[in-house]
Design a protein around this ligand. Structure first.
Ligand code: BG6
Length: 320
């Protein structure tokens, strides 16, 4: 396994148990006019992708895509202006990877909400320039004693990201053990929107959801989703595409998923966002989370030797 010894090309540097200099990382996985690795705030290492179709930034910590902007478009992904970049901390915005559980741990409240994948180190396994001009990167979660203590099941997690005109993110879980395990997961995607009052989410009418605001309750969605107060909902048994219609930006973002039966819709609204400390004043107005997940009723049983894939394509359409 590689070690990042040095982020500034040559100085000795160790980050968890990965060992490779930034120069070595670029030599092995950098591709000109496609992908380059750099050090960003907090000593984190990021893959900067810039190709004919789009630009994107991904930190190795968490395999966390922070930005995605197709050429000629506003950003598709929201990243808080007040996001904190630090080892072991989740970044507010982008596409946090929730794995191997979603929300609080089922039996141990001391374990981190949404699992540990978003705050641990991932290693680069492969990069490719694709024939259509897109850029591909595959990352693997680095297991340590700390991760094994939280998740004792022999398994592996990989994230595959393709940055083109559209963005494709795939979370791949393999059970390498002898026993079945139960997996909860989400691509906890934050979308950039003009203003929450200008936005409607389509695709979930008729779906049942768990409403997590106030006393938890089960309800049925009647129509498109309009947000004018805190929203925290887990829609279950839905494989449908969702479309974020943004009248302000005169565009729609399509979220097309495979291997996911839940969709989480979240906006913390004023009070909760203020408490979080990394949204900023009115930050919640310019974002909405539509998360492609397997949670609550839809956690997944992964049999020994089996591989489970959750894949999502995010694309921009003209608003009709
Ligand atoms: C959403 C949950 O997925 O993530 C919310 O449904 C939660 O309940 C939100 O508040 C943000 O979580 P975190 O851990 O990133 O602050």
């Amino acid at each position: 396994m590689a070690h990042i010894r040095n982020c500034r090309e040559n100085t000795a540097f160790t980050f968890q148990d990965i060992t490779m200099t930034l120069a070595e990382l670029n030599q092995r996985f950098g591709i000109s006019n496609h992908i380059r690795f750099t050090e960003i705030s907090g000593g984190l290492i990021a893959a900067d992708i810039d190709n004919a179709h789009a630009s994107a930034g991904i930190t190795l910590q968490g395999a966390h895509l922070m930005t995605f902007q197709p050429r000629g478009q506003e950003p598709v992904i929201w990243l808080s202006k007040y996001a904190k970049f630090a080892a072991g901390k989740s970044i507010r915005g982008g596409v946090p990877i929730c794995w191997p559980w979603f929300g609080p741990h089922a039996t141990d409240s001391k374990l981190p909400g949404h699992g540990y994948a978003r705050t641990v180190m991932w290693e680069v396994l492969e990069t490719k320039a694709l024939p259509d001009g897109s850029t591909f990167i595959r990352l693997g979660l680095v297991e340590t004693d700390a991760t094994r203590a939280q998740w004792p099941h022999p398994s592996s997690a990989q994230v595959e990201i393709t940055v083109g005109k559209a963005l494709r993110v795939e979370l791949v879980t393999h059970n390498s053990g002898k026993e079945v395990f139960t997996l909860g997961e989400a691509l906890h995607t934050y979308f950039h929107i003009s203003d929450v009052a200008q936005m409607t989410i389509q695709g979930l009418a008729g779906c049942d959801y768990l409403d997590k605001v106030g006393e938890p309750a089960r309800r049925t969605q009647q129509d498109g989703i309009v947000i004018a107060s805190e929203v925290d909902r887990v829609y279950v048994d839905t494989a449908a595409d969702c479309v974020i219609e943004d009248r302000g930006l005169k565009r729609a973002i399509r979220i097309a998923k495979q291997g996911s039966r839940s969709t989480v819709v979240w906006n913390p609204w004023t009070e909760k966002a203020d408490k979080m400390g990394d949204f900023g004043q009115d930050g919640h107005r310019g974002m909405v989370c539509v998360e492609s997940a397997n949670a609550f009723d839809n956690v997944v049983s992964v049999a020994p030797g089996a591989t489970h894939r959750l894949a999502v394509v995010y694309s921009v359409e003209t608003l009709k």
